[in-house]
Design a protein around this ligand. Structure first.
Ligand SMILES: [Zn+2]
Length: 236
């Protein structure tokens, strides 16, 4: 079966502060049953797993979202659970990303990963932003961080370098605990004998947002360095 990655919005418009949602959870789940993203107003970190949309918010709790809730940015696919299962051990998130990248048949395609096991993880979640929205690279300090040592899932998307600005180049991973009570955007990660499956994806479907920001802004600024700061940094 052909694998399609569907993306809502673009990373640069999100970075520039367009947190206006353009798709409902109900519509998104028709496009995929696994993935990551964020909700309207940057209200928490989205994790989509087994066709359920979760929101891990800055209050440290994780909520099951309903079909009318909306998202400005998300990346999803339909996961093939029949993919080969592998095992991996790693001491930190950078090591994991490197090990996974080395195993990819090509760095110029997209991949979706689902990992399962006992993780030592530090996650962050953003606080919901008030209008008028400020650029993400300015509000990224407006976040809470939590440490967990528990069983759960790591859901991740790999995007090739050439889509930088459209989406996050390289691996972008979110955590969700097995009891679905904790989760968020991963800053630190450690795991032993973690099971994982990867899906190769060679079709990329982007749904562009009809928002005031997206329609009028100049989206050509190179936000690579600012994006790095936002996506990877722990404030602790
Ligand atoms: Zn994230």
């Amino acid at each position: 079966m052909k694998k399609i990655l569907t993306q809502i919005g673009t990373l640069n418009s999100l970075m520039m502060g367009d947190y206006n949602a353009t798709i409902t959870v109900g519509e998104l789940l028709k496009k995929g049953d696994i993935g990551i993203g964020t909700y309207e107003g940057l209200d928490g970190e989205a994790i989509i797993l087994n066709g359920v949309a979760y929101d891990s918010r800055a209050d440290g709790k994780t909520y099951v979202m309903n079909e009318n809730d909306k998202l400005p940015f998300a990346t999803v696919s339909k996961f093939n659970n029949n993919a080969i299962e592998y095992k991996i051990s790693f001491d930190d998130i950078d090591q994991l990303k490197e090990m996974l990248e080395e195993k990819l048949p090509s760095k110029n395609f997209f991949y979706m990963i689902k990992m399962e096991g006992l993780f030592k993880v530090r996650i962050r979640s953003c606080y919901k932003q008030a209008k008028p929205y400020q650029p993400l690279y300015k509000v990224a300090c407006d976040q809470r961080e939590y440490d967990f040592d528990e069983e759960g899932y790591v859901i991740g998307v790999y995007c090739p370098n050439y889509v930088q600005g459209m989406n996050l180049a390289g691996w972008h991973v979110h955590f969700l605990s097995k009891d679905f009570r904790h989760g968020g955007h991963i800053l630190k990660l450690q795991g032993n004998n973690i099971n994982y499956k990867i899906n190769d994806i060679d079709e990329w479907n982007v749904i562009l947002p009809h928002t005031e920001g997206f329609e009028s802004w100049d989206l050509t600024e190179d936000l690579k360095e600012k994006t790095k700061q936002v996506e990877g940094s722990s404030k602790k």
